[in-house]
Design a protein around this ligand. Structure first.
Ligand code: FAD
Length: 486
């Protein structure tokens, strides 16, 4: 263990961020790096608990007390070895994970938890700086070929693991560059795209082939892939957004969040932007939906120079005790405050949009909204809402962004052509023990299987699915199981 009294001596400290006013002038990341001395102190706060709940709090089973100990001893190579044994892409999770590990940190019962996410990001960035990160090439090739459809974190993790197991892996991506939502959903101010390019270059060096602009079920035939490959992994994500089908939905100025975010990501990457340009500049913007996608719309709208940015959430504001004192363990994603909110946004809780109101030219000019009152029935059961009488009103809005989550993967095209089984929510059906669909050589992982989720879960699913594919191809697997890393 690093320092038995560390948690008594040091308080939680996060790196500085560029000031909100300054950082909304560009799309770059704004969290600075901690000096080694500070990292050393922060890692010393880990209590090396007898039962480290952070292990199971992390969907990847990251071996957190051990890497904290290595950081404390400034043994960076060892810290990198421990971290990369369970996580293929700590540079992604270290930047954008809501850190369920920190919500499981035992220190968090009566003090702020260990800064596990920041420590993770620093381990991998220092490992890159020091030249420790090398392509992980397989020792031998099996002669088996696997196609991975989709290059988000689930597809990339599955590809990395399958390649390491010795199979020839080709990743098919319908967009013009690999990365999935990491590239074209999540804005650069959370994850600059050179971070993805650096990892893709390593994966290519390891032997993985990427075929972009390849829409399987469109310009690439799934039947051809089924003939050519011994196994196929579907990792196409959950791409169909939840709609708000109310009066005025078709007005100009009402868009799905992803239409807006993808365009801006492409602009920053200097790639061609498709569709009519959507800008928040000088507009009153309302973002409908309180999750990660919504807060990315807030941050992007402020960078466009919106006149005002307002975010709506149907749910009531969480009690102060949940947001500040953080009872242990809590799930971190619930209606959280993000760095985008620090940059300026009015947040409205327990509010519903009843209509989009347009001007004579068909442009959005206002929203009709109503306050909600949430009540838990006396006999238990889930809370229900009622409209607050007399609270209906109009608020000015020229750009409304719908960020209410994703319902399931796209069914048209690939999935319909395969006539594959779907679960009751419309996701591709496969359980989390086998990751195998009803079609024998087809497996699935990530948001396409579990529904919209998190990057850390996508990586975890990609790894676990790869092990099952390896077992299917070889009879047993050389890849570590998550359960064995405890
Ligand atoms: P995706 O990342 O969606 O990748 C799927 C890929 O498959 C896409 O590139 C798609 O083009 C490709 N594809 C689909 N069909 C085909 C086909 N037929 N042929 C070829 N290619 C195909 N999670 C976090 O943990 N932290 C965050 O801060 C965070 N922010 C988010 C912000 C936004 C705006 C959104 C939308 C999501 C966010 N998430 C966040 C969630 C996270 O991005 C997803 O859970 C994760 O990316 C899912 O990974 P995936 O690999 O399953 O799918």
């Amino acid at each position: 263990m690093g320092k038995p009294t560390g948690f008594l001596e040091f308080t939680r400290e996060l790196p500085a961020k560029r000031a909100a006013k300054e950082r909304i002038g560009d799309y770059n990341e704004f969290v600075e790096r901690l000096p080694e001395q500070k990292l050393n102190e922060q890692s010393a706060r880990c209590m090396n608990c007898g039962v480290p709940f952070c292990h199971s709090g992390c969907p990847l089973g990251n071996i957190i007390p051990e890497f904290n100990d290595a950081v404390y001893r400034k043994s960076w190579m060892e810290a990198y070895d421990i971290l990369s044994a369970t996580n293929n892409f700590p540079e992604f999770t270290g930047r954008i994970c809501p850190a369920p590990c920190e919500s499981s940190c035992v220190l968090g019962i009566n003090q702020p938890p260990v800064t596990i996410e920041e420590i993770e990001k620093h381990i991998i960035e220092i490992a890159f700086d020091k030249g420790f990160v090398k392509p992980r090439k397989p020792n031998l090739r099996t002669g088996k070929k696997v196609a991975v459809i989709g290059s988000g974190p689930a597809g990339l993790a599955a590809a990395a693991q399958l390649n390491y197991a010795g199979h020839h892996v080709t990743v098919y991506e319908r967009d013009d560059a690999p990365g999935g939502l990491l590239r074209y959903g999540i804005p650069d101010f959370k994850l600059e795209k050179w971070v993805i390019d650096r990892r893709i270059a390593l994966l290519e060096e390891e032997g993985i082939v990427f075929k972009c602009n390849s829409n399987v079920g469109g310009n690439v035939s799934i039947n051809d892939l089924l003939r050519e490959f011994h196994a196929v992994v579907l990792a196409g994500g959950s791409t169909i957004p939840r709609n708000l089908d109310i009066e005025g939905r078709n007005l100009k100025g009402v868009h799905f969040a992803m239409e807006f975010l993808k365009q801006q990501n492409k602009r920053v990457s200097e790639r061609p932007v498709e569709g009519e340009p959507i800008f928040a500049t000088a507009k009153n913007v309302v973002v409908i939906g309180g999750g990660d996608t919504g807060s990315d719309c807030v941050g992007t709208s402020n960078r466009h120079g919106a006149a005002s940015v307002t975010q709506f959430e149907l749910m009531p504001k969480p009690p102060e005790s949940r947001t500040h004192a953080m009872p242990w363990p809590t799930y971190p994603m619930v209606l959280k405050t993000t760095s985008s909110h620090e940059e300026g946004a009015h947040r409205h809780w327990a509010i519903a949009t009843k209509a989009f109101i347009g001007d004579e030219n068909g442009f959005l000019k206002a929203l009709r909204v109503v306050d909600l009152s949430w009540k838990t029935p006396a006999n238990g059961g889930p809370a229900k809402f009622e409209e607050v009488a007399g609270s209906e009103r109009e608020i000015p809005c020229e750009l409304a962004l719908l960020a209410m989550g994703f319902v399931h993967p796209q069914h048209d095209g690939l999935l319909k052509q395969l006539d594959i089984d779907l679960d009751e929510r419309g996701n591709v059906k496969a359980n989390d023990q086998s990751y195998q669909t009803n079609i024998q050589k087809i497996f699935t992982a990530g948001d396409m299987r579990r529904g919209q989720s998190l990057v850390v879960w996508a990586i975890s699913e990609g790894r676990e699915c790869a092990r099952k594919v390896d077992e299917y191809l070889m009879g047993s697997s050389v890849l570590e199981s998550k359960d064995k890393s405890y």
